[in-house]
Every structure is written in C-alpha cells, then in structure tokens.
Write a protein that binds this ligand. Structure first.
Ligand code: ZN
Length: 306
C-alpha cells in the first residue's frame, strides 16, 4: 500500500499498549528484510533513514527504495527521517516524500530547540506530515553513568516543550545509550511514567534500544513508549551473516549469495523485535487495524490533517 504517516499508527499503538518498531534502512537488502518481516507478522512498521544512510545512499535513493518496498505489502509502512539535523533537511525530506519527520535539537538550549521544532512542525502540518522531536540526550556508547543520569528527560520540561512546539511525538532519554553492543542497560521506568503522565496524548520514542534489557523495554511500552528505534542490532546481524558467508564460500564471486544471507538475518531480528514490542498481528489481511476495528487511512499529503 502507499506510505502512511506515523501519526495514526503511533496513536493506535499508544492506545493499545504496544510499540511500533522503527528500523534503520541503509540498503536494499535491509529494507527488504524489514518489510518482509513486518508483512509476515502483520505489523505496522517504520523505516527510518539516518544521517549515515543519507550520506551513504542519498536521500532520493533511500526514499525511493522504501516507497517501492511499501507498495509491495499490505501492512502500513512509514518513511521517517531519523535525527534530522536542521530545518532545511526536513524540507528536503518532505519534497522527497517522507511521511514522518524529525528535528533533533537536544543539543540546543531549550528555547532554540522549541523554536526550530515549531518551524518544522508548522510547514509539516500544512501537508499532514507529523514531526518527532527530541528532548534530553540519548548519548553515544562510552559515556559514564553520571553523564547518562544528567542527560535524562525532565517531565515538566517535556510538557512545556510539547505545548510550545506542537511536536507529534517525543524522543526521550530514559537511560539507554546509542550503539551499545551488549544488552544490559535498564530504563528509568519511574521517569517514563512521569513523562507519560505529563503528556499522555503524545507517543514517546525510545532511541538506543539495542543495549536495553528486554524486561525494561516491555515495561516502558506500558508507560507511553510507542515507537522504538532499532539500528545496531540489525547492523550486527547483517555483518555477522556476511562474514559467515564469506568464510563458508571463500571462492564465491556472486555477491548476492552473501547478501541474501544478510537479508535473512536482518529479517529474523526484525521479526523478533516486532514480537517483543507487541505489534505482531495488529494489522488484518486487508491492511487495517485488527482491534479496535477501524479502517486505515493512508497519508494524505496536501490535506490539512494533524
Ligand atoms: Zn537515535
């Protein structure tokens, strides 16, 4: 089906206490693995294009591949910008057909983060595209525990931020860290509860999930986390399968024989995450939500929804 926006699928996820996986789309094989798993699991899915993917594949190429992948399946697929760096990049993504945007101003002073997020929201909402914002810092691997604690999202600030910026969803820092390769971090669930109580209508987004314990992820989903980003865990699978393939078939000269192993490995990890997040089976064979019964509306670019 055509791409859909993140607005409605995240609202649905928030109301029904599951989370939608947002998987990073770097190349054709990863995109195929992600979308095939979502289709087989009858789950809505977000494919997100990171800054690294934009540098690697180019904005138009990444967007084009996701659109084609979405057109081949009967589950809702969103094309999302991950960690948008500035206002103009968001404009370029809208032109390229993204159905979900992000401005990440977590490094800026609060007022400046609000000001730029508001500008992105104003133009995006004019054509029905929702916007994710980020408040609090999800740091990169290598930082100390004190730094992680100091960077967490403040619930009162979150309420002020949403009221002033109009953002549709909010990436929050609950103690996870980007690019972690082990899985032993716990989230600050009390903080998730407080943020969710302060902005109950706003789907919260968890970045850096690859290093978080499963129990903690499942807990957070009960307290407002409705979108979970997964990148490192898929990249690991892709590379491991590639390495094993080369080891087993050192004389092979057909790259497809290696890359199809990577595609399958990514697909199985996406399936595992979809099941963990509780989004398996929420889409009917016709492409609508199973429960509560409602028809699914595709992105109406040019309309004035949201
Ligand atoms: Zn992130």
């Amino acid at each position: 089906m055509p791409l859909v926006t993140s607005k409605e699928i995240l609202k649905e996820a928030l109301a029904n206490h599951y989370a939608v996986g947002a998987f990073n789309a770097n190349n054709m094989e990863q995109i195929q693995g992600i979308v095939e798993a979502a289709a087989e699991e009858h789950a809505p899915v977000i494919l997100q294009v990171s800054q690294g993917a934009i540098r690697y594949a180019g904005l138009e190429f990444a967007a084009g591949m996701v659109k084609i992948a979405a057109s081949l399946v009967d589950v809702p697929v969103v094309l999302h910008l991950d960690h948008g760096t500035d206002f103009l990049q968001n404009v370029r993504c809208m032109r390229a057909g993204f159905t979900s945007l992000m401005f990440d101003g977590h490094d800026l002073p609060l007022e400046e983060n609000i000001a730029i997020t508001s500008r992105v929201v104003e133009i995006a909402h004019a054509v029905g595209v929702p916007v994710e914002a980020e408040l609090g810092k999800v740091l990169q691997v290598g930082v100390s525990m004190d730094e992680v604690l100091a960077a967490m999202t403040d619930p009162d600030e979150a309420a002020e931020f949403i009221a002033k910026s109009g953002a549709d969803s909010l990436a929050v820092a609950l103690g996870s860290i980007h690019a972690m390769e082990s899985r032993n971090a716990s989230l600050d669930i009390e903080r998730a509860k407080a943020i969710h109580a302060a902005i109950p209508e706003v789907p919260l987004v968890l970045h850096g999930s690859s290093g978080v314990k499963h129990e903690s992820v499942v807990d957070a989903i009960q307290h407002g986390i409705a979108k979970i980003n997964v990148a490192t865990y898929l990249n690991q699978a892709f590379c491991e399968a590639l390495g094993e393939g080369i080891e087993k078939m050192p004389k092979n000269t057909d790259p497809r024989k290696y890359l199809s192993l990577s595609r399958d490995a990514v697909k199985e990890r996406v399936r595992e995450k979809i099941r963990l997040f509780g989004s398996s089976g929420v889409i009917s064979a016709g492409g609508g939500f199973v429960s509560p019964k409602r028809s699914f509306r595709s992105a109406e670019l040019g309309g004035s929804e949201a």
